[in-house]
Design a protein around this ligand. Structure first.
Ligand SMILES: NC(=O)c1ccc[n+]([C@@H]2O[C@H](COP(=O)([O-])OP(=O)(O)OC[C@H]3O[C@@H](n4cnc5c(N)ncnc54)[C@H](O)[C@@H]3O)[C@@H](O)[C@H]2O)c1
Length: 176
């Protein structure tokens, strides 16, 4: 299923949300997949097998809300600069809401903004965090206090990503 999104602000923004098995994706620019070791362990190989690009870099950050901060964003930026990513390069957020929020924010500030794609892997991120364009990180003053409104270029919601989540957590996420 493809759901077209159009946001009619000053500069019209359009992108699609795909709810289906992850398709083959071909890029003609460098791509970085931002993920964490937990999600990578379950799903990175399948995502790598689905993507074709001149260079695919995997940027793994530690797992957890406590790492959703500027230190982690700076470490992602460093990896992008070291790999000479340019303004046409693309980030892919592969993970739950923490990865999605942090990757979107990083994309919004790298060289004044590059494209990013959401591949959400938790129920909350598939139904909420990956759509709408809210990105950001926490600081000692509170949650999501640093961030930007920045829309993805596409959202790929593959329900089979959810198969590896602990059942109890998913039940609670779906009921609240
Ligand atoms: N931007 C928005 O509009 C928006 C909306 C709601 C929430 N959020 C943010 O989302 C975050 C919470 O997201 P969350 O609930 O997805 O938590 P999360 O991203 O921390 O993921 C929860 C845990 O599940 C693991 N995980 C992720 N996908 C998995 C999979 N397929 N299989 C096994 N394990 C997997 C993660 O590694 C993590 O340990 C918060 O930081 C919140 O602020 C953002």
């Amino acid at each position: 299923m493809r759901i077209p999104i159009a946001i009619n602000n000053k500069k019209e923004i359009k992108y699609d949300i795909y709810i289906q098995s992850l398709p083959k994706l071909k890029f003609n620019t460098k791509v970085a997949i931002v993920t964490n070791p937990t999600v990578a362990g379950f799903h990175l190989k399948r995502v790598l097998d689905s993507i074709e690009a001149p260079l695919i870099k995997v940027v793994e950050v530690p797992d957890g809300e406590e790492y959703k901060n500027m230190d982690t964003v700076l470490s992602i930026l460093d990896e992008l600069f070291e790999a000479k990513f340019d303004r046409k390069s693309i980030l892919i957020a592969l993970g739950g809401g923490v990865i999605g929020d942090m990757t979107g924010f990083t994309a919004s500030i790298y060289q004044r903004g590059i494209d990013f794609i959401q591949m959400p892997t938790t129920l909350l991120s598939q139904v909420d965090a990956s759509v709408g364009g809210k990105t950001g990180v926490n600081n000692r003053f509170g949650k999501n206090l640093i961030g930007s409104f920045y829309q993805p270029k596409a959202v790929y919601i593959d329900p089979s990503f959810l198969d590896t989540l602990p059942p109890k957590r998913e039940y609670v996420a779906g009921s609240c």
